[in-house]
Design a protein around this ligand. Structure first.
Ligand SMILES: CC(C)(COP(=O)(O)OP(=O)(O)OC[C@H]1O[C@@H](n2cnc3c(N)ncnc32)[C@H](O)[C@@H]1OP(=O)(O)O)[C@@H](O)C(=O)NCCC(=O)NCCSC(=O)Cc1ccccc1
Length: 213
């Protein structure tokens, strides 16, 4: 697990977050608009041309690989490419994760981009979000990897407003057991249990606040 130290102040983190968040939000909005648009083919071709121009502009200066997992000297996490919480990742819902007394919790909304069965959340998306939440709960003192996760789908998860929570039930050396749920207004739709392991290489890793992406 290689974390990158981004040697910047907390004010600079906030400033960059303020710059990237609206851009990512617009791209996320674009994804939803493309799924749901009913404009004519000429308008679609024109939109494609304009989007390709924007992509070409952004590609004029790119980092070599992925964003990586960065942190500041104050141990603020900057997992900004992360698939679940990434500030710069329009594929991320994104989840804003709150630390609560017994674990972590997040309220979020999933729209058309996360559909599997009609009007319902894709099962793999539920598994991904639970994996992240459980992993976040388990990484309270050192960063963990998922070893094994089991998801039980109790009933379909509707697209829309949802809440997820996760907590640790056991700890033994480098191994933690975490559980969690996703719920809609009617109650729990799916639940997960996983084994999370602090890899030997990360035992001395940074204790970072990753919740804000
Ligand atoms: C690190 C590890 C999982 C384990 O390696 P090592 O450290 O060498 O393990 P070692 O052999 O020393 O055993 C120690 C103890 O652990 C047990 N145990 C071992 N393996 C498993 C198992 N699979 N399942 C269950 N248990 C297992 C083993 O029996 C032993 O138990 P014992 O002490 O006898 O009771 C390695 O296989 C790996 O890198 N896998 C890929 C992980 C990966 O890519 N995950 C996805 C990315 S993370 C993500 O996306 C989510 C996220 C988001 C946010 C935050 C956090 C997470």
């Amino acid at each position: 697990m290689e974390f990158i130290l981004e040697d910047i102040t907390e004010d600079e983190v906030a400033r960059r977050r303020g710059v990237y968040t609206p851009l990512t939000d617009s791209v996320r909005d674009l994804v939803d608009a493309v799924i749901r648009t009913e404009v004519g083919e000429d308008a679609l071709a024109d939109a494609q041309r304009r989007i390709a121009e924007i992509v070409a502009d952004l590609r004029t200066e790119q980092m070599d690989g992925p964003y990586g997992v960065r942190h500041t000297r104050e141990n603020t996490g900057m997992a900004w490419g992360n698939a679940v919480i990434g500030v710069r990742n329009a594929l991320a819902p994104p989840l804003d994760i709150e630390h609560v007394p017994d674990g972590v919790r997040s309220e979020f909304t999933l729209g058309a981009a996360y559909e599997g069965p009609p009007g319902q959340v894709h099962g793999g998306v539920c598994a991904m979000l639970l994996d992240h939440l459980l992993g976040n709960a388990a990484s309270y003192s050192s960063p963990c990897y998922t070893g094994t996760i089991t998801v039980r789908y109790l009933r379909p998860t509707p697209l829309g407003a949802l809440v997820a929570q996760a907590w640790v039930t056991e700890q033994n050396g480098r191994k933690r057991i975490a559980r969690g749920t996703i719920s809609d207004a009617e109650g729990v739709t799916c639940e997960a249990e996983g084994v999370f392991i602090v890899p030997r290489s990360a035992v001395d890793g940074p204790v970072v606040r990753w919740s804000e992406g």
